[in-house]
Design a protein around this ligand. Structure first.
Ligand code: ADP
Length: 440
């Protein structure tokens, strides 16, 4: 139903008079003559948001709701209007489109006045102008207030949710750390006994037994490394550890790592080149933490490069606009590469690319899967030193092997200038020497 009731017994002029107090008699007459009474059934949209406005409306009877579209599916209720209230005037006065949708909430009668006669009277009557202005300002203020209090409410709910998440995250990190800690202790004992068995002459004299014990030692050592990595990462996650700087030689750290992987490199036919490492100055940093950073990068270079490939570790000093003088170490390989969408994600804890079940096991085997913690630990270590780490790669391709490059930049702190510190939002890692060679 959307009909004009010209025979209605409503006295339009007298209905409008109190609503438009101060209007000249002839202006009132003109508006009354231009007004058409319209009846709408509930749920009818009288004004569509976004459409041009061509009339203003006075509610005679019933109720309309003012609604604003939030997205394709949701709308927000702003307020309701009842008898004697005007709507649709904003688009007319501003000569713009409707800024909200108006829908009837019940059977509703309205007076519709077309844009031209309304604007003609408005142009002549300052009192009508002021009245419209006051109504518009009040309405905007009400809408603002409503939006602000809704925002406050949502903000409060979000803050509560955030606190709850932080609590849960903390509980999870505590649980991970405690479990890893509890499990590592018996595994360390197991590893010790297994190594003793391996060295026992009786075992060594029996090739079959020796092979079995070797399997036990390798598996237990791997388990031990995984627990160490979990402990490392849980420290990085909880953000509670201070960084204790002492004199560190990056060349010595890297040399230690190269020695550690010498056999693996030989077994896999990989070459490892060093460029510019020797000349790097002694700096103040946390040796264990820096060892882990580069250990995981070199270990990954080995793991994700097929036999016969090359790993190049380059060191240099760089002066950067934001970080100042920095130590930069890049680990580059001729391996399988990394897809663009994974370049950031690989630094998340427990994130591994590709099909996890296809990974082989071991820290130096080709695609030897780790728990996905190495790069999270490396990032934690670098950030704890106030630096940054990122990965570059043309893409992932196991056939063409485009390679990857990991770059670490750490602000250079001169020996003697060091202090105990924890960079904001970042974590350093106090470790036992035992943790220093945990694999990723
Ligand atoms: P993981 O224990 O799986 O090695 P990391 O945190 O060290 O865990 O690495 C996360 C993922 O990043 C790896 O599973 C691998 O997919 C990818 N990745 C890391 N380093 C390299 C690299 N040098 N070349 C290709 N992919 C790499």
């Amino acid at each position: 139903m959307d009909s004009s009731l010209s025979s209605s017994n409503l006295n339009v002029k007298e209905f409008l008079r109190p609503l438009l107090l101060g209007l000249e008699e002839e202006d009132l007459d003109e508006l009354a003559q231009a007004a058409a009474l319209r009846l709408f059934s509930p749920g009818t949209v009288i004004c569509h948001e976004g459409e041009p406005g061509d009339a203003v409306y006075f509610v005679v009877e019933g109720q309309v709701d003012i609604l604003k579209r939030l997205d394709d599916e949701n709308e927000r209720f702003l307020h309701s209007l009842r008898s004697g209230e005007i709507f649709g005037e904003m688009a007319i006065v501003q000569e713009s489109v409707r800024t909200a949708t108006v829908r009837t909430a019940e059977p509703t009668a309205v007076l519709e006045i077309a844009k031209d006669p309304f604007l003609a009277v408005l142009g002549r009557s300052p009192s009508l102008g002021i009245r419209i202005l006051v109504r518009m300002t009040n309405r905007l203020r009400d809408t603002d207030q409503k939006a602000i209090s809704e925002l406050r409410q949502v903000n409060q709910e979000l803050t509560q949710a955030l606190h709850q998440l932080a609590r849960l995250d903390r509980t999870k990190a505590d649980f991970i750390r405690l479990s890893a800690h509890e499990l590592r202790t018996p595994v360390a004992a197991l590893l010790g006994y297994a190594q003793m068995m391996k060295n026992n002459p009786l075992v060594q004299a029996n090739p079959q037994l020796s092979e079995l014990v070797h399997g036990v030692v390798t598996g237990t050592a791997r388990l031990h490394r995984v627990f160490n990595s979990i402990l490392d990462v849980s420290r990085v996650m909880t953000g509670e550890i201070e960084i204790h700087r002492s004199p560190v030689s990056i060349p010595v750290i890297l040399e230690g790592i190269f020695i550690e992987f010498r056999q693996a490199l030989a077994d896999r036919g990989l070459t490892l080149e060093r460029v510019g490492i020797k000349g790097m100055p002694i700096c103040a940093g946390e040796p264990d933490l820096l060892y882990k950073v580069f250990y995981h990068l070199v270990s990954n270079g080995i793991k994700y490069t097929p036999n016969g490939g090359r790993i190049v570790v380059t060191g240099r000093m760089v002066d950067l606009p934001d970080l100042g003088l920095c130590i930069e170490v890049a680990v580059e390989d001729t391996g399988i590469g990394i897809a663009p969408q994974d370049l950031d994600l690989i630094f998340e804890k427990f994130y591994r690319t590709g099909e996890v079940e296809l990974h082989s096991s071991g820290t130096t085997k080709f695609k030897g899967g780790g728990p996905g913690l190495g790069l999270a630990i490396a990032r934690g270590g670098v950030e704890a030193h106030g630096g940054r780490i990122w990965a570059e790669s043309p893409g992932y391709d196991e056939k063409t092997c485009p390679g990857s490059r990991f770059v670490v930049q750490i602000p250079f702190v001169e020996v003697g200038q060091e202090s105990v510190e924890t960079p904001p939002g970042l974590v350093a890692n106090a470790t036992t020497p035992d943790d220093a060679v945990s694999g990723g």
